[in-house]
Write a protein that binds this ligand. Structure first.
Ligand code: UDP
Ligand code: MG
Length: 170
């Protein structure tokens, strides 16, 4: 039994098209459980770190703008991030998401149903999902702090940070 975790992002086009419910319904067919979730406005640093492996691609700058929702502006320039956990989580989630290119994706999949190719050639494919367990570990650690995930997925350590500026409820 291969227990895995996978990072899922509902990209800004999924937010703008009001697809959050539809997407989560499709992923629920996996019978996996969600162990972390949050909404984030993606800054350039996070976008570039997430897609670092694609930095030499001709569509890289478009992709960085896309994941930040720059093309859509307020109030759609945000993403929803999830960690799904369970048996063969990566292959189950990627199958429901569909192929990277929305035109190649199974029409029943999320990307096949809701994705599009822009006139500039970028695949606006509604969701991101980690491609393998190494990428999943890298991405989950990039997007989530340990205390934001309710399952102990990876080793942690305790550190003491002095003079840490923080915002709390007034
Ligand atoms: N992408 C694109 N054109 C390509 C390949 C990728 O626009 O030829 C975009 C697309 O939004 C994709 C993202 O870049 O989801 C990351 O690409 P990757 O190859 O990692 O595909 P994924 O893992 O998302 O299926
Ligand atoms: Mg990928």
């Amino acid at each position: 039994m291969k227990i895995e975790q996978v990072l899922v992002l509902i990209k800004p086009d999924g937010i703008k098209k009001s697809l959050v419910g539809n997407i989560l319904t499709k992923f629920s067919e996996s019978k996996l459980i969600i162990v972390g979730s949050k909404m984030i406005k993606v800054d350039e640093k996070l976008a570039k770190a997430h897609y670092n492996h694609l930095k030499d691609k001709p569509f890289f700058n478009e992709l960085i703008n896309y994941i930040q929702g720059k093309v859509y502006g307020e109030p759609w320039n945000r993403i929803l991030a999830f960690v799904y956990h369970g048996e063969c989580a990566i292959s189950k989630i990627r199958e429901i998401a569909g192929a990277t290119n929305p035109e190649d994706a199974d029409p029943i999949s999320i990307r096949g149903s809701y994705g599009r190719i822009t006139t500039k050639g970028l695949y606006e494919n509604v969701v991101h999902c980690s491609s393998d367990s190494i990428e999943a570990a890298r991405e989950i650690k990039l997007w989530f702090n340990p205390e934001e995930v309710i399952e102990k997925l990876y080793p942690v350590k305790t550190v003491f940070i002095r003079n840490l500026k923080n915002t709390i409820w007034a």
